[in-house]
Design a binder for this molecule. Structure first.
Ligand code: GUN
Length: 297
């Protein structure tokens, strides 16, 4: 894995943090971990994804998760449920998976169809199988700095930093977006790594001023090219979590990439940056739950 310095000068442009290559490295490590677990007499880790309804992006994500998990040596099952499923039916599915010893990881793909209470479904997942890190138990552990399961996308942002020698300690980190899935957990992870963290959101008065002062900008709002390159401090690190499809069919991030790369020292592209890390970290989390559940952590 690349351990290049991220201190390239502004004139030569930013180091491009290749999430595809980083994710491939994580997946290879996980596959080796699965092999070692099984070779040592353990059971093959099992991941079950619950997909309710026919949301097209969710179908694409779930197929990718299935493929990646199979490649890494997991036993994978996707439970597909009709869009008009009742709350009680979805909850019964989660309860059944909680009780199935061969299932080490449960992921309920979000969003759920209208009318279903996603929070109630998520909260039913056994925290020991909560590979998305979205139950209250795992969120509390994250906030308290205890061992637990961390949501996959923010965990992937941290992994990209770690594997490129980017330290957050003492840095001024600005997180744009306060979602449960990304912004809030990333802020906690950065805090645990001794960053000084500011969370910005739709009511923030002067987003540009916050960005100008930041050593690290993490953009996770889903607004195409909201953050301009001219807003960045020279040498800033940019982690772009946005995946926005334009009218031209192209994917763009929450950061104006071409101008940002002129000022940043390191930046994740879209696509091929943070995106591929989400599935890689899901696999890492599932290997972890499987080891723990088999007493082989
Ligand atoms: N939908 C979009 N991202 C995610 C994710 O990380 N986990 C789940 N469960 N659903 C999602």
């Amino acid at each position: 894995m690349s351990q290049d310095s991220n201190a390239s000068s502004a004139t030569s442009g930013a180091q491009i943090l290749d999430g595809k290559a980083t994710a491939a490295a994580v997946r290879a490590d996980v596959a080796a971990g699965v092999d070692a677990l099984v070779a040592g007499g353990g059971r093959q880790p099992g991941l079950t994804v619950v997909l309710v309804g026919e949301d097209p992006p969710s179908q694409v994500y779930v197929r990718s998760k299935d493929r990646a998990a199979t490649e890494a040596g997991f036993r994978v099952e996707t439970v597909r449920m009709a869009a008009d499923s009742q709350q009680a039916d979805v909850e019964a599915t989660v309860r059944r998976l909680n009780g199935d010893d061969g299932v080490d990881g449960i992921l309920v793909q979000l969003p759920l169809p209208k009318g279903l209470d996603a929070d109630a479904v998520t909260e039913l997942i056994d925290p020991a199988k909560d590979v998305d890190g979205l139950t209250k138990d795992n969120i509390a552990r994250l906030v308290l700095g205890q061992d637990g399961l961390v949501p996959c996308t923010p965990a992937g942002c941290i992994e990209i930093c770690d594997r490129h020698g980017i330290s957050l300690s003492g840095k001024d980190v600005v997180v744009i977006g306060r979602s449960h899935l990304v912004g809030k957990p990333f802020a906690q992870l950065a805090l645990a790594r001794n960053a000084t963290v500011t969370i910005c959101h739709s009511r923030t008065r002067d987003l540009e001023a916050h960005c100008r002062a930041a050593d690290v900008v993490v953009a996770a709002v889903g607004v195409t090219e909201l953050v301009k390159g001219s807003w960045l401090k020279e040498g800033a690190v940019v982690l772009d979590v946005g995946i926005n499809r334009g009218d031209d069919g192209k994917l763009r991030g929450d950061v104006e990439f071409e101008t940002a790369r002129q000022r940043a020292s390191a930046i994740t592209p879209v696509p091929g940056g943070v995106g591929p890390m989400t599935i890689a970290m899901l696999l890492a989390n599932t290997l972890e739950t499987s080891r723990r559940r088999q007493g082989r952590a």
